[in-house]
Structure formats: structure tokens, C-alpha cells
Write a protein that binds this ligand. Structure first.
Ligand code: PLP
Length: 409
């Protein structure tokens, strides 16, 4: 059989992953969800775990909108009208009214001229970076940027790429200066909120550096930010890292519809001319189906909720619960990364202890994720808890109590 040799090769690779401790292994399967009731937030039923109920402390649905009745109703209604799939890519009559409306509303929400949706934020980042990068462009990227940015840079044919020390604006400036006289365009690219740690860049400084050196380069400096974990989760009105930093000057903003907004898909918002160009050039947009019209309708409803008094109340409660949980961890003697984002990275700083605590919490009905080397640098091993507006205080007390009862780990 022609696959024999390949099977041998992949088996060796899988064995190496296991040896290195980077094998993800078998996936857990959610087979049902019990809706929130009383003092209990949603509970998850897992395949192979009988009737045991789990609290999810590892969901990106920061506002709980994936289970919101109005969002579900909007998706159902659109499915009745438009069916379950777009039937083709955007330029071959795969564009439906909810897609166009969503793009307009996303642009308005972020106070940008235009928006464009993709099947995911990953596809958005990979789709837009290549067309913006010429052979005379140097890309300067934060050392801890998300995998989609790393791969987007690999896909492009830039003149060079430079990596600056995580969040270090001094190092970013050094990297910009190294480019003087060596290229025509610079693209600075960063995550907004960093998914492993919940920290974020000093946007005021980043934008001011871009402005300062822009005149030195024939085609200028462009700033690109992927704020997939910021939008809908951070800031008084959920506008993300830009809002928290008081700096709205990022040129090209990318985010996901699949985390705080609770649905699925990704998008970019920026100037209309750039969007017009990207619709002509971004391969992940041109040659790949968009999200379904019903997903777009669900995202429209989620955005409407986010941008309302109700949404702002959810955000305020989310922040309150995040601080409550972080303080609880501090009282138990755990170290967390500073900040008020609902990603609560709890530093364990030891691989075996991280694995033990994650397994212990699962036994007690709590789903979390342990981040170990090489996903994070050695010594930065941590458990990532993610708070959601659908958690109750009782839920968080339960989790804290279980962590506290296992302090010997
Ligand atoms: C910073 C960042 N960008 C993009 C993504 C991917 O988002 P999506 O699931 O919409 O592709 C993630 C999710 O892990 C992320 O953390």
C-alpha cells in the first residue's frame, strides 16, 4: 500500500511529540449542556463521564453569548430563511444580506470605515497579511504573537521579519531603527490581548513609534492588531485593547466572532480603500466559503447585545467576577499575571504540578487548560482559567475551594 511508508513516518513523528510532551492526544467530547439555573451557571456533560456535570473554566465565550436565547433565535430564524450554508464563495453569489449587514455593523462598532468577514480570525490574519506585504516590506512582530500571525508571515514574501521582545516597546524601536534605509514599508503586527497570559501591548507607545518613523519609509509604517481575545471581553463597552489603552489609532484591526461574541468567524475593519483591495486579493476570502448567513445573523444579534446597556452590564459583571476570582487565587497564595482581562493565567512554574492540578480539577468537575513548554517558555507553566459572564459567584467559590483544598500540589 502506498500509505505504508507515510504511516511509518507519521508514527515516528507522533512518538516524538509524545516524548517531548507536546502531544495533545484524544479530545474530550461535550455531549450536552445544562442551561444556567439558580446559583449555577451552565454545566457541561462529557462523553464517557456519565451524568457528571462540569463547570467550564476554559471557554472563550466570555459573555456567555454562545448560549444566549436571543442569539440562538436569530440564528434559527436566519437558517429558516437562508438555509444552512452559503453555497459558494462571496464573489460567486455566496454573499447574503446578513454578511453585508454584519460587515457594516462591525465597522460602525469599531469606528472604522469598512469591514470584511472571513470564515475565522485565523483565516482573516492569514488572508490579509500577504496582500499587504511586498518584497520591500519588513514585518516586525511580537515574540509571543498567536500562531496565525506566525504562519501568515511565513506565507508572505516579505523582505525580512524581525521579532521584538514580548511587549517591549524599546526593543520594537530598535527593530524599526534597524530597518532605516533597508526597506520601503514596515508592518508592525501584534496580538491585542495575548491568549496565554491576558496581557496586552502599550498601544499608545506602539502607535506613537509608528507615527514617529512613518515619514522615514517611502511606503510608511502600518500597524496591524489581532484583538480576538479583547473585543467583547475587555473595556467598558467591549471594544477591547484599544479601549482599555485609550488608543484607537491601530490601522488594521482583526478579531474573531468566535470568542466573546459566541458565534464563529473572523473579521477585519479598516479604511474602505484597503478593504476594497483585500476583497480582490485575500485568498482565504476569495477562494473559501464565508460563515453561514445564519452565523452572520447570530453575530449581528450578539453585537447588538454587546453594544447595549445589557452588554455593558455583562462586561461590568465579567470584570467584577474576574477580580473576585483573581483575589481568591491571591488569597490562596497563587501568582497571577497583572490585569483585569478574564484570562486568568495562574503561574504554577512546573510541568508536573500543572498536569496534576488540571487532572485534579477535572476529577472535581472543573475544566481548565494547563499550558506547558513549548507552548509557553520553560518556567512559565501555568493554568489558564477563563472567566465568563455566565459563571455565578457560587461557581467561582466552588472552583476556588477545590483549588484551595489541593495546596500541596
Ligand atoms: C489571538 C488569536 N487570534 C486568532 C485566533 C483564532 O480565532 P478563530 O477561531 O476565529 O480562527 C485565536 C484563537 O485561539 C487567538 O487567540
Amino acid at each position: 500500500m502506498s500509505l505504508d511508508k507515510m504511516e511509518k513516518w507519521v508514527s515516528e513523528r507522533l512518538f516524538q511529540f509524545k516524548e517531548k510532551g507536546i502531544l495533545k492526544g484524544e479530545e474530550s467530547v461535550i455531549r450536552g449542556i445544562k442551561k444556567s439555573s439558580g446559583n449555577k451557571g451552565p454545566r457541561y456533560l462529557m462523553e464517557g463521564e456519565g451524568g457528571k456535570e462540569f463547570i467550564r473554566m476554559n471557554s472563550n465565550s466570555y459573555l456567555g453569548l454562545s448560549l444566549n436565547k436571543e442569539v440562538i433565535a436569530a440564528e434559527k430564524e436566519a437558517t429558516e430563511r437562508f438555509g444552512v450554508g452559503p453555497g459558494a464563495v462571496r464573489f460567486i453569489d455566496g454573499t447574503f444580506k446578513p454578511h453585508v449587514e454584519l460587515e457594516k455593523k462591525l465597522a460602525e462598532f469599531h469606528r472604522r470605515e469598512s469591514g470584511m468577514i472571513f470564515s475565522s480570525a485565523y483565516a482573516a490574519v492569514c488572508g490579509i497579511l500577504s496582500p499587504l506585504i511586498s518584497s520591500e516590506t519588513v514585518v516586525i512582530s511580537d515574540a509571543l504573537n498567536h500562531n496565525c500571525i506566525i504562519n501568515a508571515i511565513k506565507l508572505s514574501r516579505s523582505k525580512d521579519k524581525k521579532i521584538y521582545v514580548h511587549l517591549n516597546m524599546g526593543d520594537l524601536e530598535i527593530k524599526i531603527k534597524e530597518c532605516l534605509g533597508n526597506c520601503q514599508r514596515i508592518i508592525i503586527v501584534t496580538d491585542g490581548v495575548f491568549s496565554m497570559r491576558g496581557d496586552y501591548p502599550d498601544l499608545k507607545k506602539l502607535v506613537s513609534l509608528a507615527k514617529k518613523y512613518h515619514p522615514e519609509f517611502k511606503e510608511g509604517i502600518l500597524t496591524v492588531m489581532d484583538d480576538s481575545h479583547g473585543v467583547g471581553a475587555y473595556g467598558k463597552t467591549g471594544r477591547g485593547t484599544g479601549e482599555v489603552s485609550g488608543e484607537d489609532g491601530i490601522d488594521i484591526l482583526i478579531a474573531t466572532l468566535g470568542k466573546a461574541l459566541g458565534v464563529n468567524g473572523g473579521y477585519v475593519v479598516t479604511k474602505s480603500k484597503i478593504i476594497e483591495y483585500l476583497r480582490e486579493t485575500a485568498p482565504f476570502y476569495i477562494y473559501s466559503n464565508p460563515i453561514t448567513p445564519s452565523e452572520a445573523s447570530a453575530a449581528l444579534k450578539a453585537l447588538e447585545i454587546l453594544d447595549s446597556e445589557k452588554g455593558r452590564k455583562m462586561l461590568s459583571y465579567l470584570k467584577e467576577m474576574t477580580i473576585y476570582f483573581k483575589n481568591g487565587l491571591t488569597d490562596l497564595g497563587y501568582e497571577t499575571i497583572k490585569g483585569e482581562h478574564p484570562i486568568v493565567a495562574t503561574m504554577i512554574r512546573d510541568t508536573q504540578k500543572t498536569i496534576k492540578l488540571v487532572n485534579y480539577l477535572k476529577e472535581k468537575g472543573i475544566l481548565t487548560v494547563g499550558l506547558k513548554y513549548p507552548v509557553v517558555p520553560r518556567g512559565d507553566e501555568c493554568i489558564r482559567f477563563q472567566i465568563s459572564a455566565s459563571h455565578t459567584k457560587d461557581d467561582l467559590d466552588y472552583v476556588l475551594k477545590r483549588i484551595g483544598s489541593n495546596l500541596d500540589i
